[in-house]
Design a protein around this ligand. Structure first.
Ligand code: A3D
Length: 320
């Protein structure tokens, strides 16, 4: 059986890391696309030359032509510009919206059956725009944010509790970053909810609040340290987790920016919710009941996403 074909649209920091991870994990053959001439070709060749040492047979091709993504099973989109220190994700909106148009049209023409994972920021608005421009079914277009936000949360919690990251689960809802809604009562160490761990004296509510805030600011913390761009190792790993669940029909329960209509009282909006990802794409949205203060946080996150979508419509009249 032929290996799956994985198209990476954008060959920058995340795109290159994605290509490396796909090859190392032998998830499929890689097509790395970028408008910058030479960058995707150079990165693809460099990674391919690590094949003999690593022992993978996946092929890697760098290209500046959308025709090369033809028939891709998965497209992961990182095309656009990242944040610099002092910029918010929302500052990227105008530039990256134009990029989403060209990417959406490219995918619609050459890979209309793909499962599409968007990473470009501001995430919740860009995944919405990418779906509009591509015209693909809503269950096949999804945004990566919650897996990364929850991985950051899990990392900080594991360090705080001095336990394995594997035994820490985290549940986050809402938009990416600042308006993220971590649900402490559904976040656990080996099944023990965080509020119980506070009662058991494993940590204090203050420390937990600090960890939540650090998680919300997780992207900015890395931007501040790197100074020349934003995080790329953990974002790439998070998107690979989603792609693998689709390709292997794992039906993982993962928080993603998914199109929500009906659940959570929403009437059709991309926002971070727990989903089940399998061979059908987003197969299910896990619609949990929220406590009043959780609902209030979720509502303000939804309002922030609505504002960004309205801004997109204001910039590109074809979206209105
Ligand atoms: P970077 O290393 O700059 O790579 C972006 C690439 O996109 C560059 O190689 C550009 O040449 C390319 N590009 C620009 N315009 C186009 C176009 N029209 N078609 C194809 N390629 C194009 O950035 P990065 O890889 O660090 O980040 C990529 C995106 O991911 C940015 O928007 C980041 O803000 C975003 N990001 C999101 C998260 C989330 O958790 C959602 C995390 C980290 C980064």
């Amino acid at each position: 059986m032929a290996r799956p074909k994985i198209a990476l649209i954008g060959a920058g920091q995340i795109g290159g890391t994605l290509a490396h991870l796909v090859a190392l994990k032998e998830l499929g053959d890689v097509v790395l696309f970028d408008i910058a001439e030479g960058t995707p070709q150079g990165k693809a060749l460099d990674i391919a030359e690590s094949g003999p040492s690593e022992g993978f047979d996946a092929t890697l091709k760098g290209t500046n032509s959308y025709a090369d993504i033809a028939g891709a099973d998965v497209c992961i989109v990182t095309a656009g510009v990242p944040r610099k220190p002092g910029m918010s994700r929302d500052d990227l909106l105008g530039i990256n919206l134009k990029v989403m148009r060209s990417v959406g049209e490219g995918i619609a023409e050459y890979a209309p059956d793909a499962f599409v994972i968007c990473i470009t920021n501001p995430l919740d608005a860009m995944v919405w725009a990418l779906r509009e421009f591509s015209g693909l079914p809503v269950e096949k277009v999804v945004g990566m944010a919650g897996v990364l936000d929850s991985a950051r949360f899990r990392h900080f919690l594991a360090v705080e509790f001095d336990v394995s990251m594997k035994d820490v689960t985290a549940f986050v809802l809402g938009g990416h970053g600042d308006t993220m809604v971590p649900l402490a009562r559904y976040s656990t160490v080996a099944g023990i909810p965080l509020p119980d761990l506070v009662k058991m004296g494993w940590t204090t509510q203050e420390k937990l609040d600090q960890i939540v805030q650090r998680t919300r600011d997780g992207g900015a913390e890395i931007v501040g340290l790197l100074k020349t761009g934003s995080a790329f190792y953990a974002p790439a790993t998070a998107a690979i987790e989603m792609a693998e669940s689709y390709l292997k029909d794992q039906k993982r329960v993962l928080p993603c920016a998914a199109y929500v209509k009906g659940a959570f009282g929403l009437d059709g909006l991309y926002v971070g919710v727990p989903t089940v990802i399998g061979a059908g794409g987003i197969e299910r949205i896990v619609n949990i009941a929220l406590a009043p203060e959780e609902q209030a946080m979720f509502d303000s996150s939804v309002e922030a996403v609505r504002g960004l979508v309205a801004a997109c419509k204001g910039i590109d009249s074809s979206l209105a």
